[in-house]
Design a protein around this ligand. Structure first.
Ligand code: UT7
Length: 378
């Protein structure tokens, strides 16, 4: 009998640059105010890289912390996935730089899915683990988005910040870890959030510099509508897919783009707002680092304990979105969660019936093949 494998988060760490840029600082640079930014977004301050920070160095700092929490050395890793839209260079892949700087001896790749990147990467890492291919995968979300911000454009420069967060995902035979997920893409909205120049479609030219086309452009209200539409509906789908209800979820970790988007989702789901983790007031939107940074801080603040069920959702450039339900904790699931949650029991029952069906189908396969061949011979 083959043991079911589960992918669990066993280590976490973060790195945020020292430099703090407040709303009042920004009001000195563009025509804005602390009042506008706070009421329209909930953001009070964000971190901006110093001259010592690169995407790779920030990813490595967060990864070292995550490995320490997991009790692993870089050589124990089977794979590294770095989610980012702001790598050190177009080539090489920043994941290879991270692998080398850590001293790991494994494959590494960069995953680009805008702000949804880390949740995409978490689900990818989990598939390598659940399939039995790998046992330990490092999943990083990192962004120096400030390099792509136009600090003369008040509509975008007030929203984002730089940060890195890393998680170690490991194989386990105890139920838990990633329970369900949804990945989404709607490329018809690509131009709502994009950087016009610097890719192969429109390489850097004099026009780039003259028209500031190397910087991020966003149709805020369009992305806002997409985000409000997506956050609550995608969260509900992954929660039901895991055999749970919103009431079973201990903590919601939404993408930290705008407090108004999170409040709208909480209202639509009829979930109290204090069940939604929010740290965007201190960091702004850190893109691919946003959800893992929030998760790391939730662990650090004791908002997450073994057995807790977390529902997360990220959305952004692409347009993309990615949601997941994860049961945190590395050991056995506490009795409170395994016995008293109807949703959890439903989930385990469904997994068991799927396993029985899989086994039955595998056992019957030679018979089907034999009957099929006999029919063809006739
Ligand atoms: O991770 C990627 C996902 N990104 C997002 O989720 C962002 C989603 N969008 C948003 O969060 C919001 O659309 C924004 C915060 C970007 C903008 O808020 P809004 O309430 O949609 O404002 P708006 O763009 O409709 O602009 C309203 C007014 C405009 O002035 P007029 O035309 O009414 O005179 C803007 O020019 O606010 C003005 N404005 C500002 N005023 C002061 C825009 N940015 C600023 C600013 N300071 N920083």
């Amino acid at each position: 009998m083959i043991n079911q494998r589960y992918a669990k988060i066993t280590g976490w760490g973060k790195y945020v640059p020292e430099r703090v840029l407040t709303n009042d600082d920004l009001a000195q640079m563009v025509d804005t105010s602390d009042e506008w930014i706070t009421t329209r977004t909930g953001i009070k301050e964000r971190r901006i890289r110093t001259e010592n920070d690169t995407t790779s160095s920030m990813a490595v700092a967060a990864s070292r912390e995550a490995l320490k929490v997991a009790g692993l050395s870089p050589k124990d890793l089977d794979l590294i996935i770095v989610a980012t839209s702001s790598p050190d260079y177009l080539l090489p892949s920043v994941a290879s730089q991270v692998q080398d700087m850590l001293g790991a001896e494994c494959g590494a790749f960069t995953l680009v899915a805008g702000c949804s990147g880390w949740v995409y990467a978490l689900t990818a890492a989990s598939q390598y683990i659940i399939s039995g291919a790998y046992n330990r995968v490092l999943v990083v979300g990192v962004e120096i988005i400030s390099f792509a911000l136009d600090f003369t454009d008040r509509a975008t420069c007030v929203l984002f910040g730089d940060a890195a967060a890393a998680t170690v995902v490991e194989a386990s035979n105890e139920p838990g870890g990633l329970l369900s997920f949804e990945l989404g893409s709607d490329g018809s909205g690509a131009m709502f959030l994009y950087v016009p120049d610097g890719g192969s479609a429109s390489p850097i030219s004099q026009r780039t510099i003259d028209e500031r086309r190397q910087y991020l452009r966003m149709d805020g209200p369009e992305v806002f509508k997409f985000a409000v539409r997506t956050l609550a509906s995608s969260l509900k789908r992954v929660i039901y897919q895991a055999g749970l209800t919103p009431d079973d979820i201990d903590l919601f970790i939404p993408h930290q783009a705008n407090a108004r988007i999170i409040e709208a989702a909480a209202r639509q789901m009829r979930v109290p707002l204090d069940k939604f983790y929010i740290n965007l007031d201190r960091y702004g939107n850190t893109s691919a680092a946003s959800v893992p940074l929030a998760m790391v801080e939730a662990f650090e603040e004791g908002r997450l304990k073994d057995g807790d069920l977390v529902a997360m959702c990220a959305f952004g450039a692409g347009l993309t979105w990615a949601s997941a339900v994860v049961q945190v904790g590395t050991g056995e699931i506490s009795t409170a969660h395994s016995l008293f949650s109807v949703g959890r029991a439903r989930y385990l029952a469904r997994r068991a019936s799927d396993a029985v069906l899989d086994t039955a189908q595998s056992a019957l396969l030679p018979l089907y093949t034999f009957l099929y061949q006999r029919r063809r011979k006739k």
